[in-house]
Design a protein around this ligand. Sequence first.
Ligand SMILES: Cc1ncc(COP(=O)(O)O)c(C=O)c1O
Length: 372
Amino acid sequence: MPEEAPFVPPLDVKAQLEPHREAVKEAIANVLESGVYVLGPEVEAFETEFAAFCGAEHCVAVNSGTSALHLTMRLYDIGPGDEVIIPPYTFAATAWAPSYVGATPVFAEIDEATFCLDPKAVEKAITPKTKAVIAVHLYGHPADTEALGALCKKHGIALIEDAAQAHGARLGGQSAGTLGDAACFSFYPTKNLPACGEGGAVVTNDAALADRCRALRNHGSHRRYFHDEVGYNYRMEAVQGAVLRIHLKSLAQWNAARQRLARRYLETLKETPLLLPWEADGAESVYHLFTVRHPEAETLCEQLKKENIGFSRHYPRPMHLQPCYAELGHKEGDFPISEAASQQCINLPIFPTMTDEQQNRVVEAIRTFFAR
Ligand SMILES: Cc1ncc(COP(=O)(O)O)c(C=O)c1O
């Protein structure tokens, strides 16, 4: 029997840590020694450095991307009776944000080529109750925040970026984090900028907003035991700040590695019937994922499994069809582009330490599948 080819993982967080292992260990040991385990100088330094990376004025580090999204709803005083426009095809946390504050998530269809909100659909979804739009930079590709920003300005509503998958992505030369009024990042270990645990941030150029955000993440208090408003314990741990500072130094290089692999996929898969990712004019994706589409996605995945090639598939059910939002009364067919994406998308392996050899295996398997 021929020897099985080694597994090509969909991502490899441990391999990515390898060159930083000693520095990370030392940084963690320093935090342990310092006795400051929550917020503190490491987190503050990370906030300054990440804001600079984004080209933004302020960064408020929190304990997850989900918390960051929740905080932005509070920062724009969104609550019961308000509506927030989001794409149906996204991670659940985008929808949780309005739900957490008692507002209603209102879905607007995505653009077929980029998987991000279609500004024309957003315009149709705006009502007098709309308070904000959350533009998700899905899979690392920036949403059309130029058109969305103009729309939001016209209607006097906030544009919030869900940049959980898009650290360093650009549109018109500007980085995610500066493309709306406030941006939410996640540093979950699989993200382009990973923590060694949970982490997130709100990034903005608005000093007053950042100041209020700092209080809200810390029990609504600027001064200990004095509470201006009801807040949360959404503080970042010192260890995560210390690790993120080290990883941030490699982020540009990691993104460049992803982009190189993406270009290679685009070149080597162009003759196949797969629908490949596409970058809009002026957009620079950081390829958090390399997502391809095909009506026979299910069968192709079976083949990838047989060839010992990892992949992921999300999101298999768009948010408007999730049982938790049944009360919104949506049905199949309401957002056909999102629904087709949920059936047809496959995320091929892509991660900064992926070798050309590993990638060739993926390409070969796909070519063979379509040549059958
Ligand atoms: C698009 C999107 N939004 C929000 C989140 C939530 O981030 P976290 O997992 O850090 O809470 C994620 C991450 O999983 C995400 O991918």
